[in-house]
Ligand binder design. Structure first.
Ligand code: FAD
Length: 266
């Protein structure tokens, strides 16, 4: 049962360096020059799951990313890890996209690819973290979807059995293919790159598509297609008052309780 699987991958700022991100007080823009970019961690789990499914059933794994030219780095990484093909959606027309416009662009690309049995996404991107792209994409593709998935099994050639994390437990659900599944980090441990993966990178298929290539109306893409707007940005300043108490431990405890009552906190 060969399966065509698409994995949506996003280049994100490395969460280990989030403390280096600042806001330019003059322009209000985010400054992240010192922050390296990586493949969104949960997308690496989605890719790993796709590679395991391909190893079991055969088929093809295609990775798709919408982003600036440097997003090619994460697609190269995915090809090194074992994806068969990578597509970068790169065009000024995509700039300023919110999650809905991102989903429109990805949907256009996936429809252009033709018959796709399974679309895998990360549950969330480490930076934007809206968790919206997967479900919106499924809706646009007319596919059922499941989020928070921590295990994917196949009941038969046409039906998935999914384990979905919920508060205090999990749900087991069945879902017909084609479907979109958004996975959690706990679903697997992604593989490490191999020398063979690096050597075969240049033999793999890499494509760049612009807005005209995916047949999505301009009104649905980029800033024009984005119903959300960033209304403002500010750096949160946390100011602390300090008070040093003196006396015996009993006196200090009494003073703390009085102070907290005074502030309406007790
Ligand atoms: P989530 O929904 O949390 O991601 C879930 C999964 O969807 C990911 O794990 C991945 O599998 C998939 N996915 C998400 N994004 C992509 C992608 N781009 N390619 C492939 N797969 C993906 N960001 C910019 O970088 N530049 C901008 O100019 C910009 N302008 C914005 C303007 C507005 C008004 C708003 C609201 C946001 C803007 N953003 C911009 C942020 C951008 O919209 C989000 O990063 C993007 O929509 C994805 O949302 P998310 O990061 O919350 O992804």
């Amino acid at each position: 049962m060969p399966l065509n699987i698409v994995v949506c991958v996003k280049q994100v700022a490395d969460p280990d360096y989030f403390n280096e991100i600042t806001i330019d007080p003059a322009s209000g823009r985010i400054r992240r020059e010192k922050v390296p970019s990586i493949l969104n961690p949960m997308d690496e789990n989605a890719l790993e799951e796709a590679l395991r499914i391909r190893e079991r059933f055969s088929g093809k794994v295609t990775t798709v990313s919408m982003g600036p030219p440097q997003a090619k780095e994460v697609l190269d990484w995915a090809l090194i890890l074992g994806a068969d093909e990578a597509i970068l959606l790169c065009d000024k027309a995509f700039a300023g996209a919110d999650s809905l416009a991102t989903a429109y662009a990805l949907a256009g690309a996936i429809e252009k690819l033709g018959e796709v049995a399974l679309v895998l996404c990360g549950n969330a991107a480490a930076d934007g973290d809206t968790h919206q792209v997967g479900p919106q994409l499924a809706e646009l593709l007319g596919m059922p979807h499941a989020t928070y998935v921590r295990q994917i099994d196949f009941k038969d050639d046409e039906t998935l059995t999914l384990t979905r994390a919920i508060e205090y437990g999990h749900l087991t659900i069945e879902m017909g293919l084609p479907a979109l599944v958004a996975v959690l980090a706990e679903i697997n441990v992604p593989r490490q790159p191999t020398a063979e993966g690096i050597m075969t990178l240049l033999e793999k298929e890499y494509k760049e598509w612009q807005a005209d290539d995916i047949g999505v109306p301009a009104a649905n893409l980029g800033l024009d297609g984005s119903p959300t707007r960033v209304a403002g940005m500010y750096e949160q300043k946390i100011e602390r008052r300090q008070k040093v108490l003196t006396g015996t431990p009993e006196e200090m405890v009494k003073a703390v309780i009085a102070e907290l009552r005074n502030e309406g906190l007790l």
